[in-house]
Design a binder for this molecule. Structure first.
Ligand SMILES: Cc1ncc(COP(=O)(O)O)c(C=O)c1O
Ligand SMILES: N[C@@H](CCCC[NH3+])C(=O)O
Length: 424
């Protein structure tokens, strides 16, 4: 029996040996599977739709090329993400530019690049985007983001649709914002947007948000403007652990399509194109991280620590949100998991990656595979302790090649400059 953990058809121990550890591993097949499931669900329920993959979850040139090949769009939140998308050859019309505090420079770059949509996040931005579009003599398609006052049951830091949130225009001011946008000569209001939070497991809060948003679409129609698109944001949850509730994308589309048809009928408005913006759902389960186990420390009657060669620098989520991950010892996959361990990272902090997990008896040199690390790990990584960021390997069928190279010590110092008074 193969003792090795196989991920997306690849022997993870062999990957660790070939590319070294720590190593992010991403499966293109799994990305495509997730995208296909969303597409299939929308097609089944007959809604006009688009998928804007939320690049903040994981972006680089190769990832954007995958998005391009899948014929979907990209949600970006910075000049850097837009730059990456353009370098990867994505049609700028496929780019949607979000962000709660876009700089004038970023807005200018986005309009000059010809991005499909800018999502206005505040009253301040209405004037700012309007002024820059006018300077550039370009009529810019815009949506605006509403905080619809929906509480999704997720970690407090990643609930973003509440009224007490830095994001978006409060729902009771949405009509005023729409009026101001319509009055801007160089802004073309084509859609409304909301995003109610991240890692949500039930479609219910989306149903409430959709109902609220359609009221806004109706009010805008009363002003004489027919909204083309309703963006319901991302936030589809994933199962970090086996017994986590499953976000059923088909049920989600079924639920929102029912409510959207019903409300549009009641309000007498045309059914808008529905845009969804999932990040985690598309990339989270498509990624794992491989580490080598080093120091093992046993404190009798208290705890057994195993330390790995990465940690909060490559996965800050446990430290930031108390996120819980599952892991396996890749080279002992079929051995009984009967030892209770705490997995710690190598950063000079508590750096607890996984508290209390049952694993087979571990030894230095074993390979630990942490699952579901595709989203918000690589993209939120830091160089804390001047650690080098791990490389990222992309798997497609039986192929495995780098999509991000390993950092070097030279990379770590490349932006360091010495002020004149410190020169030798
Ligand atoms: C506006 C917007 N869209 C999409 C996302 C993607 O979220 P998720 O990765 O949870 O799908 C986020 C982050 O929560 C967001 O703020
Ligand atoms: N960074 C968060 C998600 C934030 C989503 C941002 N809109 C996480 O790791 O779960």
């Amino acid at each position: 029996m193969n003792e090795h953990f196989i991920f997306a058809g690849h022997d993870t121990v062999a990957l660790a040996k070939k590319f070294g550890t720590p190593l992010y591993v991403i499966s293109e097949n799994k990305i495509i599977e997730a995208i296909d499931l969303i597409k299939k669900s929308f097609e089944e329920y007959g809604l006009d739709y688009d998928i804007n993959y939320a690049g903040k979850a994981f972006t680089n040139i190769a990832m954007v090329k995958i998005i391009k090949q899948q014929g979907i769009s990209l949600d970006t939140v910075s000049g850097g993400e837009i730059y990456t998308a353009l370098k990867a050859g994505l049609d700028p019309k496929r780019i949607c530019f979000h962000g709660s505090n876009k700089s004038a420079q970023e807005i200018r770059e986005a309009i000059e690049a010809g991005v499909g949509v800018i999502t206005i996040d505040s009253f301040y931005e209405i004037g700012l985007v309007g002024r820059i579009a006018k300077e550039l003599e370009t009529v810019q398609n815009v949506h605006f983001r509403v905080s619809p006052g929906v509480e999704a049951h997720t970690h407090e830091y990643i609930q973003t649709g509440r009224i007490d949130s830095k994001f978006g225009i409060p729902v009771n001011m949405a009509v005023r914002a729409a009026r101001m946008i319509i009055d801007e000569e160089y802004l073309n209001l084509t859609g409304v947007h909301c995003h109610i939070g991240s890692d949500i497991s039930s479609p219910k809060p989306f149903e409430i948000a959709a109902t609220t948003m359609l009221e806004i679409v109706y009010n805008i129609k009363e002003m004489g403007v027919e909204i083309e698109a309703l963006n319901l944001g991302g936030g589809f949850g994933i199962n970090y652990l086996h017994d986590d509730p499953v976000f059923d994308v088909e049920e989600y589309v079924h639920t929102i399509s029912k409510i959207i048809r019903k409300q549009c009928d009641i309000l007498g408005i045309k059914i808008p194109k529905i845009i969804v913006e999932p990040g985690r759902y598309i990339i989270g389960p498509a990624g794992i991280t491989l580490y080598s186990i080093g120091t093992i420390k046993e404190i009798p009657y208290l705890r057994k620590y195993i330390s790995v060669d990465g940690g909060m620098a490559d996965n800050p989520r446990p430290a930031l949100y108390g996120a819980i991950y599952h892991a396996v010892i890749a080279n002992k996959y079929n051995k009984e998991a009967n030892e209770l361990y705490t997995v710690s990272g190598k950063c000079c902090e508590t750096d607890m990656l996984i508290k209390d997990i049952l694993l087979p008896q571990a030894a230095p040199g074993d390979i630990l595979a942490v699952l579901n690390t595709g989203a918000y790990n690589y993209s939120m990584a830091s160089h804390y302790n001047r650690l080098q960021s791990p490389p990222v390997v992309l798997l497609k069928d039986d192929k495995a090649e780098l999509m991000v190279k390993k950092d070097t010590y030279e990379n770590l110092i490349q932006n360091d400059v010495v002020p004149s008074w410190l020169e030798d």
